[in-house]
Design a protein around this ligand. Structure first.
Ligand code: PLP
Length: 377
């Protein structure tokens, strides 16, 4: 089926008990069993929950994998992946420009289990090839990156990583399966913060992993149950409801994103602008090839912390806040918010300067968004 049909129907057959067209919120911790070893396939809700399983099936179809598993947050999903792929003595490679919390997890927690990480600019495939070691078991990329929007060639990364026993993981949070399907480009595993575009309404925190290998999927299911960081039934239901409108929301984010990027490109106060939909973006050609839209994430540099501090309190319609991917436009200051855990020198090297502002362009009337930015300038 097409993705608009799958978004609404995949994994979501009418409820067998009542015919309810929407999958119910199965708010239960356990299930009555008929006798010892005799039950309907449901024993305990950490292990199986019909609402969560509907979301997991839906996401497996949308990303084109063999199975999906939903977690309590995007970070819980990434944590489970490290438990799946890495053990003491292994090496992993990560894009040097990932979400700050991903870096914090790898550097401040996973590294302490005797796992070595190298951070490379994965948009340069030669740098990636040089960083590979015989014990590299995971290459973790985010494309476009947060917040600089640089693009990594997913197929190129897979060609390099798959020369050895190494999995490629793509954080697809910024694009969603509507605009980018990493498994179709060769990736083994896709991870999402469902908190963002998938749920889309800024009212739930969650994560999901979709896998392309049956052995990995079975092991991750074991980890999900054994470590226990599951998504709640209510959050699973919210994300499922959000996904039904994902295609139309993504189209709206994309067209508003393009319009706002074009507006910002003409502003003399904007010293640098990062949006992969603009032909001036260094990754534009690659983005056009591996993505079917550019989304609603834009970063721009106002030149100094003082200018950012002046600008941010003046916006009225755009709300100042962390997170992204909701229907409402959010504006943030990566250096002090999402990327505060990245050391200042490293931030400057990556272009996450004190003057950088990030916009998650929502689906409001774009004229109103531009008018709000204009009065703030
Ligand atoms: C690209 C990306 N990946 C992962 C995460 C982590 O997700 P969560 O906040 O749901 O734990 C975020 C959160 O901002 C993100 O932007």
């Amino acid at each position: 089926m097409g993705i608009k049909t799958d978004a609404i129907h995949a994994g979501q057959e009418p409820d067998p008990t009542t015919g309810a067209v929407t999958i119910p919120i199965y708010q239960t911790s356990t299930y009555v069993q008929e006798g010892i070893g005799k039950h309907k396939g449901f024993e305990y809700a950490r292990t199986q929950n019909p609402t969560r399983m509907a979301l997991e099936k839906n996401m497996a179809v949308l990303e084109g994998g063999v199975a999906g598993y939903a977690f309590a947050s995007g970070m819980a999903a990434t944590t489970a992946l490290t438990q799946l792929l890495l053990k003491h003595g292994d090496h992993a490679i990560c894009s040097d420009n990932v979400y700050g919390g991903t870096f914090r997890l790898f550097d401040k927690i996973v590294r302490h289990y005797g796992i070595d990480f190298t951070y490379v600019n994965t948009s340069n495939l030669a740098d990636l090839a040089k960083a590979m070691r015989p014990n590299t078991r995971m290459v973790f990329i985010e494309t476009p990156t947060n917040p600089i929007m640089s693009i990594t060639d997913i197929r190129g990364v897979c060609d390099i990583a798959h020369k050895s026993d190494c999995r490629v993981v793509v954080d697809n949070t910024f694009m969603s399966p509507y605009f980018q399907r990493p498994i179709s480009l060769g990736a083994d595993i896709v991870v999402h913060s469902t908190t963002k575009y998938l749920n889309g309404h800024s009212d739930s925190v969650g994560g999901v992993v979709v896998l392309n290998r049956k052995d990995d999927a079975d092991r991750l299911q074991f980890i999900q149950n054994a470590a226990g960081a599951i998504l709640s039934p209510f959050d699973s239901w919210l994300v499922l409801r959000g996904i039904k409108t994902l295609p139309i929301r993504m189209e709206a984010h994309n067209s508003n994103g393009m319009a706002v990027a074009n507006y910002l490109a003409a502003k003399q106060q904007v010293k640098k602008l990062y949006y992969p939909g603009l032909p001036t973006h260094p990754g534009h050609a690659l983005a056009k090839q591996q993505m079917s839209g550019f989304g609603g994430m834009i970063s721009f540099d106002l030149g100094s912390l003082d200018r950012a501090k002046e600008f941010l309190p003046r916006v009225k319609l755009c709300s100042l806040g962390e997170s992204l991917g909701g229907v409402e436009t959010l504006i943030s200051h990566p250096a002090t918010m999402t990327h505060a855990s990245v050391p200042p020198d490293e931030r400057n090297r990556l272009g996450i300067t004190d003057g950088l502002v990030r916009l998650s362009v929502g689906i409001e009337d774009v004229e109103d968004l531009i008018a709000d930015l204009e009065q703030a300038f």
